[in-house]
Every structure is written in C-alpha cells, then in structure tokens.
Design a protein around this ligand. Structure first.
Ligand code: AP5
Length: 187
C-alpha cells in the first residue's frame, strides 16, 4: 500500500489502541506514534519532560498540553512521518485536536480517519488489571476512564462532526479487531 496514511486511534484505556497500532504500523510500514509510550520513556530516563509528566501519568490525569505539543510537532516533522503515521493517544482533548489540525496543515500532511475502538468498561478494567502496568491498578484505571469520558470523548464528537470518524467494536479477539481495521484502512 503506497498511499500516505494518517490514522488517529481513539478509544478508552485498554481498548487496544496500542496493540492494533503496533500491528498495523508494521503492515502499512508507517510509524506508530504513542504519546503514552513517549511519556513512559521520558519518565524512565527522568528527563526534564519525564519529571514534569510523572505525577500526572501516575495519577491517571492528562499531562498539560504544553508538555506534549512540541513533542508531536517534532515527531510528525521527521522524515519517516512523511508517508503516513498512526497516532495512538493523541489527541486527547479538543484543544489537542485543534492543534493537530493546524500542525498538519502547516506540514502539508493530512489525517484520513479517526478510528474509535469501542469496548465496555468492565472488559477494559479486566484487560488492564491483567496487564498490570504501574497505572493499571483499579483506582487509577477508574480515574483514567473518568478523564476519558470528560476530556477525550468530545474528541470523538469533533471527528464525527467533520465526517471523519469510524467506530468499530474492539471487544473481540485482537485478530478479529485487526480484520475490521484492515477493511477500513484499505477501503
Ligand atoms: P496511554 O499509554 O495512551 O494509555 P491509555 O490511553 O490509558 O491506553 P492503554 O495503553 O492503557 O490502552 P490501549 O487502548 O493502548 O490498549 P492496549 O493495546 O495497550 O497514556 C498513559 C498516560 O499518559 C495517560 O493516562 C496520560 O497521563 C498520559 N498521556 C498520554 N497521551 C497523552 C496526551 N495526548 N495528553 C495528555 N496526557 C497524555 O491493550 C491493553 C491490554 O489489553 C493489553 O494487555 C493487551 O494485550 C490487551 N488487549 C488489547 N486488545 C485486546 C483484545 N482485542 N482482546 C483481549 N485483550 C486485548
């Protein structure tokens, strides 16, 4: 597949954004850009960004926008992003979505689609407790879900209002979800 693809993965914590983005990025040969992963690396290195972000990530709150915008600008400006990318975990609120639209126009890039992975809360909690990342304890998971409902759900409406949202059921096995995704991105 040679056509440039800009795909935005949306969905609550544990919906499979990272799992599916990783698989699809290999198949489409475009980078998987995960802001959560970038932040976890920065925290592990205790960089300036990591030190500032840690308290928010540990609590399950969004880190302030200003900590992420330059990071995204730099990452999408790299040469390997010119043929497409998958964004996983960004945008996370409407201000980030607006920033992204402006940045893509500046970089002469575009996003084809925002793909929302829909999964019921109880299944999300079950998956995350099984994985057990530092922010995967039940109290923090429930808080992340609240933050998602309050701040990230409006991003779904943002893309829906622009006719660029596609929702799929993220509950079945990873293989079944991948098959649904492929139908969308190759359509
Ligand atoms: P981030 O890393 O983005 O975490 P998240 O959104 O909570 O997402 P997860 O990684 O928990 O879930 P996922 O949907 O990727 O699912 P996954 O594939 O991993 O962000 C972490 C923190 O960083 C945030 O809380 C915030 O503090 C900060 N942050 C990040 N971006 C930010 C931004 N833009 N602005 C501000 N702050 C930001 O799967 C989860 C588990 O389920 C895995 O074990 C997996 O194997 C399993 N699984 C996946 N799919 C299936 C399936 N179909 N069936 C069964 N199991 C499955």
């Amino acid at each position: 597949m040679n056509q440039a693809k800009g795909l935005i993965f949306l969905g609550p914590p544990g919906s499979g954004k990272g799992t599916q983005a990783e698989l699809l990025s290999k198949q489409l040969q475009i980078p998987h850009i995960s802001t959560g992963e970038m932040l976890r690396q920065a925290i592990a290195q205790q960089s300036d960004l990591g030190q500032k972000a840690q308290i928010y990530v540990d609590r399950g709150d969004l880190v302030p926008d200003e900590l992420l915008l330059d990071l995204i600008r730099e990452r999408l400006g790299r040469s390997d992003s010119q043929n497409g990318w998958i964004l996983d975990g960004f945008p996370r609120n409407v201000a980030q979505a607006t920033f992204l639209e402006e940045l893509l126009a500046e970089l002469s890039q575009f996003s084809d689609q925002a793909i929302n992975l829909d999964v019921p809360d109880e299944l999300l909690i079950e998956r995350l407790l099984l994985r057990g990342r530092k922010d995967d304890n039940e109290v923090t998971i429930r808080h992340r879900l609240e933050v998602y409902r309050e701040q990230t759900k409006p991003v779904i409406d943002y893309y829906q209002g622009r006719g660029r949202l596609c929702s799929i059921d993220g509950s079945p096995s990873p293989e079944v979800v991948t098959a649904s995704l492929k139908q969308i991105v190759t359509a």
